[in-house]
Design a protein around this ligand. Sequence first.
Ligand SMILES: CC(C)(COP(=O)(O)OP(=O)(O)OC[C@H]1O[C@@H](n2cnc3c(N)ncnc32)[C@H](O)[C@@H]1OP(=O)(O)O)[C@@H](O)C(=O)NCCC(=O)NCCS
Length: 184
Amino acid sequence: MTKRDDPATTLTIRQARVADARALDNFLAEIFRTARHVITKSQEFQPGFLSRRVWIARKQLNPFETCLLAVQAGKIVGMIESWTDRRARVCHITCFFMAVSPSEQRRGIGKHLLQAFLNWVAAHDRLDKVELHVHDDNDAALALYTKLGFEIEGRRKGAIRYEDGRVIDDLLMAYWPKKQSQGD
Ligand SMILES: CC(C)(COP(=O)(O)OP(=O)(O)OC[C@H]1O[C@@H](n2cnc3c(N)ncnc32)[C@H](O)[C@@H]1OP(=O)(O)O)[C@@H](O)C(=O)NCCC(=O)NCCS
């Protein structure tokens, strides 16, 4: 658990608990209602108190996955969740999604959250590589990932089609926390 003193308040980054289920659903509902660069549309998001409790419990029990929350004044203001294919030839790679409340963006929360996640991966005995998918026009996310050392490894052309007809590429980005912390 890490704490950051902020002129205005204190940010705590911690693992999600089952008791966070309803608040996490509310947080995600706001993200899917407002974020322009995520695949899930508001009407496609299915909140559910019980299913979210089970989802969090599974994250807690799965040593290859995590869900970290950024909490400020008792409120969830950011989350990052990871998932891992457990088949032997690819289980050294983990993938993640992250989001910060619209009203709290550009205050350093995303950077703290992502750094906490990268530290968790760096300390993991089996995970070596972090991957993510990001829309080519998601300037905020691209800037954050690049700032923390992620590199573009691939491009799925025309993978996303917005409602106004625009077709956007999906970028695959990656980072090797152990190699990069050793300066390789
Ligand atoms: C992407 C996201 C998580 C960034 O979180 P955040 O808390 O706003 O990011 P931070 O304040 O920690 O910013 C860290 C760095 O990222 C870059 N950055 C963040 N937002 C930016 C923006 N709107 N434009 C340009 N650069 C930006 C900057 O380099 C920034 O550092 P600086 O403020 O010192 O210049 C947030 O914008 C978000 O939740 N977006 C909606 C959901 C989403 O798109 N998730 C990603 C899916 S792949």
